[in-house]
Write a protein that binds this ligand. Structure first.
Ligand SMILES: Cc1cc2nc3c(=O)[nH]c(=O)nc-3n(C[C@H](O)[C@H](O)[C@H](O)COP(=O)(O)O)c2cc1C
Length: 324
């Protein structure tokens, strides 16, 4: 079974992936948050900092592109291949209104004929493997049969399916029936993504879908950084490892941003998910959210690690309904 780390803009950037892979094992590929190649044929310095391959990376990393223009995709894919990447991922899932209005991300799913022409161009001309991350439709999962016929025509390195439609965003129950139908129709192994947060859930998922040999974990793996390793039979995270992971990340951000305050803000994004791994998370989450400066934040983190025990599994409170 392969476990992939999902791309999460604002959370799983270069530093996060490096530090995560130093402290936790089990991830077979990290997918990088999207970048949008534009007509001007340059990536910003910030994008380039994120895209420059990490010489210390121990696990393959896959950059992701968000575009509906074949020429822009091909330009960026060539640049990424020259940087040494072997796979580039196409984002067909982003639900944001500003993205879908331009026909990108999940917005591209509304135009299967245009998508087919785009795929024909990029698969015939790109010199790097292409994988796709998609939802099961824009408005309805019934759209997926047509979309899947289109994907099946091309040699996709991975077809990663998040079984929600655009208006679901990341909420509500995942549409497992739509995923089951996709698996039945598929001639290649699909990668599943969505709402897996414990190794027990991953175990049930595997029983339900024995033909699926790869899953992508996002919020569940941010909320329990040992989840992929646990799913492979490894132990739960211990307090010491989690603390060292936290400190390495916090100090890394402080150095990269030149500001402990900004590092604190970034860490709060992480705690939105991580807090649910601790017993007493209801009260702790509120105190942490209220921390106004690094000193208050650091005192709060000290209290969390000093006084509260880690649970075996995350309570995954960001999710409104469990997967099964
Ligand atoms: C804060 C946040 C940022 C995300 N950024 C991206 C992104 O850059 N590219 C992408 O394909 N998906 C992105 N996603 C979607 C995740 O990759 C994933 O598909 C989604 O969270 C569902 O999987 P999960 O339930 O395992 O988290 C993002 C999701 C969240 C919550």
């Amino acid at each position: 079974m392969y476990y992939y780390f999902a791309p999460m803009e604002g959370v799983t950037g270069r530093l996060f992936r490096r530090v995560h892979s130093q402290f936790f094992h089990g991830v077979d590929k990290y997918f990088m948050p999207f970048v949008s190649p534009g007509k001007d044929r340059v990536f910003s310095r910030r994008d380039m900092r994120e895209l420059t391959p990490d010489a210390e990376a121990r696990v393959p990393e896959v950059p992701q592109l968000l575009t509906c223009q074949a020429e822009d995709f091909l330009w960026a894919a060539e640049l990424l291949a020259d940087l040494g990447y072997r796979e580039v991922n196409l984002n067909l899932g982003c639900p944001s209104g500003t993205v879908t209005a331009k026909g990108k991300g999940a917005g591209f799913l509304r135009d299967p004929d245009g998508l087919d022409r785009f795929l024909e161009q990029i698969f015939s001309r790109a010199k790097v493997a292409i994988s796709i991350k998609t939802r099961v439709g824009f408005s309805s999962p019934e759209e997926f049969e047509r979309l899947q016929e289109c994907f099946d025509r091309y040699p996709c390195a991975e077809l990663i399916v998040h079984p929600r439609v655009r208006s679901d965003f990341y909420k509500g129950k995942v549409r497992l029936e739509a995923f089951a139908s996709a698996v039945e129709r598929s001639t290649v192994s699909l990668c599943y993504n969505g709402d897996l947060t414990t190794s027990d859930e991953i175990g049930i998922f595997r029983q339900c879908f024995p033909a699926v040999d790869r899953v992508m974990l996002g919020r569940g793996l941010v909320g329990d950084p040992a989840l992929a390793s646990k799913a492979k039979g490894g132990p739960s995270s211990d307090r010491d490892t989690l603390r060292r992971f936290h400190d390495a990340l916090y100090e890394g951000y402080a150095e990269a941003f030149g500001s402990r305050h900004n590092a604190m803000l970034r860490m709060k994004e992480l705690w939105f998910y991580l807090i649910w791994l601790f017993a007493g998370h209801e009260r702790l989450g509120k105190t942490l959210k209220k921390a106004k400066n690094p000193a208050e934040y650091e005192a709060c983190v000290e209290a969390i690690f000093g006084e509260f025990s880690l649970q075996r599994d995350s309570a995954a409170g960001w999710r409104d309904q469990p997967i099964f």
